[in-house]
Design a binder for this molecule. Structure first.
Ligand code: ATP
Ligand code: MG
Length: 683
C-alpha cells in the first residue's frame, strides 16, 4: 500500500456517503470491465473519460474519479477502495461535520453533552460543528448530520406531543369528554422527549403535484414522505441522484428548498368494517361529512397478488341480476369481467345494478370512482342509499378535480380494502370506474416525472399498472382465507375503438368483456350488450345448472336472428319458417331489455328463458312483451310459488320442471289473450 493510495483513501473518507457510492462504482467496474480498462488507459483523452464518468458514476464521487483520471491513477481504484474500507470501520464515521441549529448558543456543558452524543451515534467526538442560528425553534437545538436530523427544539417537542396526543385520542373509540381528558392527562404525564432521528431531504423542483427531492437517499419506492407544511407524498421514482415524489395534496405551500422527511412507512390505507357505508378518498379519509373513521387496521396499497397455490378455480356465481349477462356471459366469484363501451352507454349502470343485486347475499361491494365528477358520484351514492345498499358498500372516490396522484392511488386503495375482507373469507365485488381515466392520470404523472412516453404517450409500464391491480382479484383456497374479490373494471372507448392501447391491454388482462354499443343503446336496446362481441371466459363454470340448461340456445338463436335480419332486410315475401325465426329473435331481443334497478332473481331468469322457448313471446305484439313478461312473473309468484321454490332450492332444471313452466306459460298466455287467438305479429 503506497502513501499515495492512503492519501486518496483519506480524501474519500471526507466525502459524505462515499461508502455506498464507492461500492456502486466498484460494481459498475466489475460488471463492465471495459469501463475500468478505458478509464485506466493512458492513451485515451481525459475529456472522454470525464464524459464517461459523468454518465455512469454517482454524482458525489464524480469529481474524485475525475481527479484520479487527471493524474492517471485510475488503475489504483481497487487498491484505494480497499484502503478506504479499512479506514472506515463504522459507516457512521463517514461524517465529519455536523450542523448545529440553535436559538441561544449552547453553553460549554451542553457542548460536551452534544459531543458525547455525536461520539455515541457516529463514533466521532471531534466532528466539526457548524453553528447556525434559527429563531423559529423557540428554544433548544437541532443537530443535522448528513441527511439525518436530531430534533431537541421546542418546536419539535410540541410537534411530537401533538402527534402523540392525536394518536392517543384516535385510538380510543369512545368520545366521552371525561375519557378524552384522562387520555390527554396520561399522555402528557408519560410524555418523554426522544431525540427524533429523521432523514431529511430538500425539494429541488416543484410543479403539477410532482416534487424532485435531493437528499433522502435511502427512501424506498412507494414510501410516504412528509413535507414541512404537512403535505404527504409518495416516492414514485427512484433515480440516481434524486427521487421523484408525487403529492397527495396541493403543492402551493411547497417550494424549492422545502424540507422533506422520510417516514419509513409504505403507502397504505386504513381498512376495516368501519368503512362500510362510507364515502372516502384515496387515503381513507371521509368525504361524506361523517365522523372520522377510526380503525386499527392498515394495509399497504400495493401488495403482491395471491399465488397460484393460494387460489381456487372460479365456481360460485356472482349474479348481476341482469338477464342478458347472467344468461349469456355469467360472472363467477373471483373473476375479472371488463365492462367496455363508449361514453353514455350504460357502463356504470350495469355495475350499479350488480351492486344493488348483492343485497342480502353477504357480499361486500366497493365502488371506486376515478376521475369522475363529484356530482355524478354523489348521485350514485344517493341511489345506493335509497336502495339500502350502502350498508354493505364502500365508495372510494378520487374525482376529476383531485390531483392525479390521488386518482392514481384510488383503485389500489380500494383493492387494499377489498383484500382485508377477502383474507377474512368474505366475498367482495369491486368496481373500477373507470380505468381509462386511471391510465390518463398515470400518464400525467409519468410525463411530469420525465419518463419516456410510448404509444399514445403512455409510459412503457402502463400494462403493469393495470395487470398488477387486476391480478389481485382472486378466489382464495380455504387454507389461504377462502374469500374472493370479483372485479368489474370499466373502460371507456372512443367511437367504439376497442383496438386502442388501453382497451386492448385491459381486454387481455381480464377474463372476458361485456361490450356495450351506442347504436344499440340509442335504438332502445338497454342494457346495450353486444351479444356477438361480449364473452365471459371462466364464468361458465360458475353458472347454476338450471340457468345453463335454460340459456342453452339463446346465443345461437340471437346470432341466427342477427344474420337473418340483415339478409331479409329488403325481401318482402318470406317463408313461414323464416318469419317465425325472425319473430322469435325479435322477441328475445325485447326480453333482454331491462329497466334500471330491476334485477331478476335466478329463478325469474330461468322462467323467462324457458318461457321464451315456447314461442309465446313471439306470438304477441312486440310492444306488449315487457308488460307480459312482468305479469307472467307475477303470476308465477302468486300462483306457482312451488316452481320458484324448487328452482331456488335445487338450482337445477329437471325435464319435469321445464314442462311445468312451459305449460303454465302457455295457459297463462291463453288466459290473457283469450280473444285474439295465436296470430303471429308482424311488425
Ligand atoms: P359515462 O360514460 O358518462 O360514464 P356510462 O356509460 O357509465 O356513462 P351510465 O351513466 O350508466 O352510462 O348511463 C347513461 C344513461 O343511460 C343514464 O342516464 C342511465 O339512466 C341510462 N341507462 C343506463 N342503463 C339503462 C337501462 N337499462 N335502462 C334505461 N336507462 C338506462
Ligand atoms: Mg359511467
Amino acid at each position: 500500500m503506497t502513501q499515495l493510495t492512503i492519501d486518496y483513501a483519506s480524501e474519500l473518507v471526507k466525502i459524505p456517503d462515499a461508502r455506498e457510492m464507492i461500492a456502486e462504482a466498484h460494481d459498475i467496474c466489475e460488471a463492465v470491465p471495459a469501463v475500468f480498462e478505458e478509464l485506466s488507459d493512458d492513451t485515451i483523452p481525459v475529456s472522454v473519460k470525464h464524459v464517461v464518468i459523468d454518465r455512469i458514476f454517482p454524482k458525489g464521487i464524480r469529481n474524485f474519479l475525475k481527479t484520479l483520471c487527471d493524474n492517471n491513477h485510475f488503475k489504483l481504484f481497487e487498491e484505494i477502495r480497499e484502503e478506504f474500507n479499512n479506514q472506515l470501520k463504522d459507516p457512521k464515521e463517514l461524517y465529519s461535520t455536523a450542523e448545529l441549529v440553535y436559538v441561544t448558543p449552547p453553553t460549554d456543558e451542553q457542548l460536551i453533552q452534544i459531543r458525547d452524543f455525536l461520539g455515541r451515534e457516529f463514533n466521532n467526538k471531534e466532528m466539526k460543528l457548524e453553528m447556525k442560528e434559527d429563531k423559529s425553534l423557540k428554544s433548544g437545538f437541532i443537530i443535522r448530520v448528513g441527511s439525518k436530523e436530531y430534533d431537541w427544539s421546542e418546536a419539535g417537542r410540541i410537534k411530537q406531543l401533538e402527534e402523540r396526543l392525536s394518536k392517543a385520542v384516535g385510538a380510543s373509540n369512545s368520545f366521552s369528554e371525561d375519557n378524552i381528558i384522562s387520555i390527554l392527562r396520561t399522555t402528557i404525564e408519560e410524555f418523554e422527549l426522544t431525540a427524533q432521528d429523521k432523514e431529511i431531504g430538500v425539494a429541488s423542483w416543484v410543479g403539477d403535484g410532482i416534487v424532485s427531492v435531493d437528499g433522502i437517499d435511502h427512501a424506498d419506492y412507494g414510501e410516504i414522505v412528509i413535507f414541512d407544511c404537512g403535505v404527504k407524498g409518495m416516492v414514485q421514482d427512484v433515480r440516481r441522484d434524486d427521487i421523484g415524489v408525487i403529492l397527495f395534496g396541493r403543492d402551493t405551500e411547497i417550494h424549492e428548498g422545502s424540507r422533506v422527511a422520510r417516514t419509513s412507512k409504505m403507502a397504505g390505507v386504513p381498512v376495516g368494517e368501519e368503512f362500510l357505508g362510507r364515502v372516502v378518498d384515496s387515503l381513507g379519509a371521509p368525504l361524506d361529512g361523517g365522523p372520522d373513521i377510526v380503525t386499527e387496521n392498515y394495509r399497504p396499497i400495493e401488495m403482491p397478488a395471491p399465488g397460484i397455490v393460494d387460489r381456487k378455480s372460479v365456481a360460485v356465481p356472482m349474479e348481476t341480476g341482469i338477464l342478458s349477462i347472467d344468461s349469456m356471459f355469467p360472472i363467477g366469484r373471483g373473476q375479472r369481467e371488463l365492462i367496455i363501451g363508449d361514453r353514455q352507454t350504460g357502463k356504470t349502470s350495469i355495475a350499479m345494478d350488480t351492486i344493488l343485486n348483492q343485497k342480502g347475499k353477504d357480499t361486500i361491494c366497493i365502488y371506486v370512482a376515478i376521475g369522475q365528477k363529484a356530482s355524478t358520484v354523489a348521485k350514485l351514492v344517493g341511489t345506493l342509499k335509497a336502495a339500502g345498499s350502502m350498508d354493505y358498500t364502500i365508495v372510494v372516490s378520487a374525482s376529476a378535480s383531485d390531483p392525479a396522484p390521488l386518482q392514481y392511488m384510488a383503485p389500489y386503495s380500494g383493492t387494499a380494502m377489498a383484500e382485508y375482507f377477502m383474507y377474512q373469507g368474505k366475498d367482495v365485488l369491486i368496481v373500477y370506474d373507470d380505468l381509462s381515466k386511471h391510465a390518463v392520470a398515470y400518464r400525467a404523472i409519468s410525463l411530469l416525472l420525465e419518463r419516456s412516453p410510448g404509444r399514445e404517450a403512455y409510459p412503457g409500464d402502463v400494462f403493469y399498472l393495470h395487470s398488477r391491480l387486476l391480478e389481485r382479484s382472486a378466489r382464495l383456497s380455504p387454507e389461504a382465507g377462502g374469500g374472493s374479490i370479483t372485479a368489474l373494471p370499466i373502460i371507456e372507448t372512443q367511437a367504439g375503438d376497442v383496438s386502442a392501447y388501453i382497451p386492448t391491454n385491459v381486454i387481455s388482462i381480464t377474463d372476458g368483456q361485456i361490450y356495450l354499443e351506442s347504436h344499440l343503446f340509442f335504438s332502445g336496446q338497454r342494457p346495450a350488450v353486444n351479444v356477438g362481441l361480449s364473452v365471459s371466459r371462466v364464468g361458465g363454470a360458475a353458472q347454476r345448472k338450471a340457468m345453463k340448461k335454460a340459456a342453452g340456445s339463446i346465443r345461437i338463436d340471437l346470432a341466427q336472428y342477427r344474420e337473418m335480419e340483415v339478409f331479409t332486410q329488403f325481401s318482402s315475401d318470406l317463408d313461414d319458417v323464416t318469419k317465425k325465426q325472425l319473430a322469435h329473435g325479435r322477441s328475445l331481443m325485447e326480453l333482454l331489455k331491462q329497466p334500471l334497478g330491476h334485477p331478476f332473481s335466478m329463478a325469474e331468469q330461468v322462467i323467462i328463458l324457458v318461457a321464451s322457448t315456447t314461442y309465446v313471446f313471439s306470438e304477441i305484439p312486440v310492444e306488449d312483451i315487457q308488460s307480459f313478461r312482468k305479469s307472467l312473473l307475477e303470476h308465477f309468484h302468486s300462483e306457482h310459488g312451488d316452481i320458484i321454490n324448487e328452482l331456488d332450492s335445487y338450482l337445477d332444471l329437471s325435464d319435469d320442471l321445464r314442462h311445468r313452466i312451459e305449460d303454465v306459460t302457455r295457459d297463462y298466455k291463453k288466459e290473457v289473450y283469450k280473444t285474439e287467438e295465436t296470430e303471429p305479429t308482424e311488425e
